[in-house]
Write a protein that binds this ligand. Structure first.
Ligand SMILES: Cc1cc2nc3c(=O)[nH]c(=O)nc-3n(C[C@H](O)[C@H](O)[C@H](O)COP(=O)(O)O)c2cc1C
Length: 177
């Protein structure tokens, strides 16, 4: 898809068809997300992909508050995490600068941005959800303590056209020098 069109088509979708993504397309999207840049190419982003109906039926309502479970109904769920204390840290374990583990979150954000755009390019929609039950996710998926759980991303096909989302004027968010 042409890049400008891709940017326009990607938006948060909160109403999905009951139609799960096939495994090969999911793998293709995940591989494209891996091409995102990362600090010293450390690639600390991790994904836990809930793709089967059985798994989703068991976990959706447990790992998400009811409004996000409802918004993502019908879609598969990708839990994204990053391995902490690596990105933004020197070999001796001290933070390279004041941002410390924010750099891990930065890398994961880039990874997830690639992922939602790759999904859009494959004709799939997404919803990034930051409101989720961290403890339940960690326990259910046996996510190790050295990983920071960040988002749950719904991935599926839109059931209806979402409403447009306004953006601020550029001069509110950018200064040119
Ligand atoms: C880090 C992050 C967390 C978010 N958490 C939620 C959420 O828990 N539930 C939800 O419905 N939308 C969530 N969103 C979606 C935003 O509301 C949405 O991206 C924003 O309103 C802009 O709309 P757009 O994605 O359609 O451009 C989140 C987005 C981001 C980037």
């Amino acid at each position: 898809m042409e890049f400008q069109k891709l940017i326009e088509v990607r938006c948060s979708v909160r109403d999905y068809k009951k139609e799960l993504i096939d495994h090969d397309t999911l793998v293709s999207i995940l591989k494209q997300a891996q091409m995102a840049p990362s600090w010293k190419n450390q690639q600390t982003s991790r994904v836990y992909a809930l793709e089967t109906a059985e798994c989703l039926d068991e976990l959706r309502e447990k790992i998400l508050p009811s409004f996000n479970a409802k918004s993502s109904s019908g879609a598969c769920l990708l839990i994204t995490t990053f391995v902490k204390d690596v990105v933004g840290f020197g070999p001796d374990g001290t933070p390279t600068n004041e941002l410390g583990n924010y750099w891990g979150a930065y890398d994961l954000g880039l990874h997830d941005a690639y992922m939602v755009l790759a999904a859009a390019n494959e004709g799939y929609d997404t919803l990034i959800m930051g409101i989720r039950n961290e403890e339940v996710i960690r326990e259910a998926l046996k996510i190790p303590k050295n990983e920071v759980i960040v988002s749950v991303i719904a991935l599926g096909k839109r059931n209806q056209e979402p409403s447009l989302r306004p953006r601020k004027e550029l001069d509110e968010v950018v200064r040119f020098y």
